[in-house]
Design a protein around this ligand. Structure first.
Ligand SMILES: Nc1ncnc2c1ncn2[C@@H]1O[C@H](COP(=O)(O)OP(=O)(O)O)[C@@H](O)[C@H]1O
Ligand SMILES: [Mg+2]
Length: 398
C-alpha cells in the first residue's frame, strides 16, 4: 500500500461541505490540494493539483449536476465522489450511469468520507496498489492491437480510449503499450508525464519480471498502466524483437488486457506483436487511399497466415459525409465492418487536453463504441477470476 496521503480536490457547494473540508484538512491520510466552488472556473488550478479524487458538493436533489461533472471531467479523469446534504434518491439512481464513483450523504463522520476516498483512489489505481504483482495468479493477458497502414487514422486515439474504458468500466488490469516506437504519443494523449519509457526497460540490466515491469509503467488515474514509447526517435531501434517478446510474456502474466498502439507500417516489432495479438483491430476510414492501403494490409496478413477470425475491421470517423459508404468499404475489402466509431469534434479537444473522451464523456459516440469493443473483444472474468485464454497461438512463418 502507498503511504503517501491521497490528494483530494473539493469543488462545488453543499450544506456541511465546509465541515467536511475542516475534517479532511486534519486527516493524515488525505492531502487537500485545492478547492473551487465553480468547477468550470477551476481550470489549471485543478489540472495542476495532481488530484487523485474529486469531492464535488451539490445542492441538487433530483438530478446529477451534469454540466458541473462534465466541467470536472474535461480537466481530470480522477474519480468523482458526489457530496450532498439532501435526501437524494433520484440523484442516486442517476449517479452510477453518470460515471460518479459514489455519493456521500451529509452529515457523515470524517473517517467515513476518508474510507470512500480511499476506495475511489484504489479503484482508480487499477486496484494494483502500486504493484502489478502476481496477486491474481496465472492470468493470461489478452492482447488487443490497433493497426492501420496510414498515419492519422486514429490508432492512438482509439488505443487510449479503449484502454481507459477497459480499466475504468470493466475494472480489468490494463496495460497500454506504445509501440509506435519513433513517434509514439500515447502518453501525451493520456495526459501523463512518464518518468520511464520502454527504452529504460530494454536498457536495464535487471532481468524483467512482473515486479520489475511495474517499475517502468506509469499509472493513469483511470487505472490504465502506460508503457510509453522512447522519448527520442533514435532510441526506437534498441527495442528489439527479442526484448519485445520477453516483455509480452511478462506483461501477459501481470495484466488482464494489453492494448497496443503501433506505427503505420510493418517492421520487426509490429510483426512480433502480431505473433502475440489475440484481436487485431484494423482501422480504416471512408477514403479511397485508406481502403486501398487496408486492402494491401489484408494481403500481407494473408501472407503471414494471420488468422482471419482475429481480424476486426473498424471504421473510424464513420458518419462523415465524404462520398464513400461503409458498404462500399466492405465490398472493396471483402470484409464486414465490425465496429464503427463516429467522427466527433470533441475528440480533438480531448486529445489536446490529454483526457480520453471515453473518460470525460462515456456517453459520447466514441465512448459507446469503446464500450461495445470492450464487451465484444475482452472476455468477462470466469469464476476463478481468470480471463478466458486467447486460444491457439498464431506463428509467423519464416
Ligand atoms: N473519431 C474521431 N473523431 C474526430 N477526430 C478524430 C477521430 N479519430 C481520430 N481523430 C483525430 O485524428 C487525429 C489523429 O489520430 P491519431 O490517433 O493520432 O492517428 P494515428 O495514431 O493513427 O496516426 C487525432 O488527433 C484526432 O484529433
Ligand atoms: Mg499514432
Amino acid at each position: 500500500m502507498s503511504t503517501s496521503p491521497i490528494k483530494v480536490f473539493i469543488t462545488g457547494a453543499a450544506n456541511g461541505l465546509a465541515e467536511v473540508r475542516e475534517g479532511l484538512a486534519d486527516h493524515p491520510e488525505v492531502e487537500l490540494v485545492g478547492t473551487a466552488a465553480d468547477p468550470g472556473k477551476a481550470g489549471s488550478k485543478l489540472a495542476e493539483s495532481g488530484a487523485q479524487v474529486i469531492l464535488h458538493g451539490t445542492t441538487a436533489t433530483d438530478h446529477v449536476p451534469t454540466s458541473e461533472i462534465e466541467a470536472i471531467r474535461g480537466i481530470t479523469a480522477a474519480p468523482i465522489v458526489l457530496v450532498t446534504s439532501a435526501s437524494a434518491n433520484a440523484l442516486l439512481s442517476e449517479a452510477l450511469s453518470a460515471g460518479i464513483f459514489d455519493v456521500v450523504l451529509l452529515p457523515q463522520l470524517t473517517d467515513g468520507i476518508v474510507f470512500t476516498i480511499k476506495k475511489a483512489n484504489s479503484l482508480a489505481a487499477g486496484r494494483s496498489s502500486g504493484s502489478t504483482g502476481k496477486s491474481s495468479a496465472s492470468i493470461e493477458g489478452r492482447v488487443v492491437t490497433f493497426f492501420s497502414p496510414k498515419g492519422g487514422a486514429g490508432k492512438t486515439v482509439l488505443a487510449c480510449n479503449l484502454a481507459s474504458t477497459i480499466a475504468r468500466q470493466q475494472h480489468r488490469k490494463t496495460l497500454l503499450l506504445d509501440l509506435d516506437l519513433q513517434f509514439g504519443d500515447a502518453a501525451i494523449m493520456m495526459g501523463i508525464e512518464p518518468e520511464k519509457t520502454i527504452y529504460d526497460l530494454v536498457m536495464a540490466r535487471r532481468e524483467l519480471d512482473s515486479d520489475a515491469l511495474a517499475g517502468y509503467v506509469t499509472a493513469h488515474s483511470s487505472g490504465v498502466h502506460v508503457l510509453p514509447a522512447p522519448l527520442r526517435p533514435e532510441d526506437a531501434e534498441l527495442v528489439t524483437e527479442e526484448r519485445l517478446g520477453h516483455l509480452f510474456s511478462v506483461a501477459k502474466e501481470s495484466y488482464d488486457v494489453i492494448v497496443v498502439d503501433t506505427p503505420p507500417f510493418f517492421h520487426g516489432p509490429v510483426l512480433s506483436t502480431l505473433d502475440r495479438t489475440d484481436q487485431l483491430l484494423l482501422v480504416a476510414s471512408l477514403d479511397v487511399p485508406s481502403v486501398k492501403n487496408v486492402k494491401l494490409t489484408m494481403q500481407t496478413l494473408d501472407l503471414l497466415h494471420y488468422p482471419t477470425e482475429r481480424r476486426h475491421l473498424l471504421l473510424n470517423r464513420s458518419g462523415s459525409k465524404v462520398g464513400l459508404k461503409p458498404q462500399e468499404v466492405e465490398r472493396a475489402l471483402e470484409m464486414k465492418v465490425e465496429f464503427e466509431v463516429p467522427v466527433e469534434r470533441e475528440v480533438a479537444v480531448s486529445v489536446n487536453r490529454g483526457v480520453p473522451i471515453a473518460l470525460s464523456n462515456p456517453r459520447s459516440g466514441v465512448g459507446k463504441a469503446m464500450q461495445e469493443i470492450a464487451d465484444k473483444l475482452v472476455p468477462q472474468r470466469t469464476a476463478g477470476g481468470k480471463a478466458e485464454s486467447g486460444g491457439r497461438k498464431f506463428r509467423r512463418k519464416g
